[in-house]
Design a protein around this ligand. Structure first.
Ligand SMILES: [Fe+2]
Length: 171
């Protein structure tokens, strides 16, 4: 009696490398952008020595660029905030590297500690502020690169400022 399955694997996939996908040099999917952010966050030697703090204005530094994306390093002294804004046509990954940031959206408030991340789509409106007593550092991946950051009215009037034709989308 032949009990062999009809399903057979023809050969060893590792012996036919031309059939395997070539690893991408640059991220191109949401998961890959999150992976990029996590790898940078985990390797402090890539960003720790660059961080500066500026009490007069939020400090930022373009850490890396690639085809269709940019990576920014930001610092926030206590009390500094972004104001409500969106990111134009860009999607993004926000990762807190040090300290604690507070994100406010029309859906509520979220406290982001070191290691926490937010992934957002175009049109996402938020306000980020350092409400803590210690400075904070964050990493921002934008794809496509951030070309505009339209400011919005304070949160209480975000939804009415744009009317129903420009409904705010949140991720
Ligand atoms: Fe933002």
């Amino acid at each position: 009696m032949n009990s062999d399955s009809d399903l057979q694997i023809a050969g060893d996939i590792l012996e036919v490398p031309h059939l395997l996908q070539t690893p991408r040099e640059h991220p191109a999917t949401v998961a890959e952008f999150v992976g990029l952010a996590r790898s940078i966050a985990a390797d402090r030697s890539q960003w720790e020595h660059l961080v500066q703090y500026d009490a007069t204005t939020r400090w930022y530094h373009r850490l890396r660029t690639g085809p269709g994306y940019e990576v920014w390093l930001l610092s926030w002294v206590p009390g500094q905030g972004s104001g409500p804004h969106d990111h134009g046509p860009s999607s993004g990954v926000l990762t807190v590297l040090e300290g604690t940031l507070t994100e406010r959206t029309e859906r509520g408030t979220r406290v982001l500690a070191a290691g926490n991340e937010r992934v957002f789509a175009p049109g996402y409106v938020h306000e980020v502020v350092n409400d803590a007593l210690e400075p904070a550092v964050s990493l921002h991946v934008y794809y496509p690169a951030l070309t505009e950051m339209p400011m919005h009215e304070p949160r209480c009037s975000v939804s009415t400022a744009h009317g129903p034709a420009h409904a705010v989308t949140t991720a």
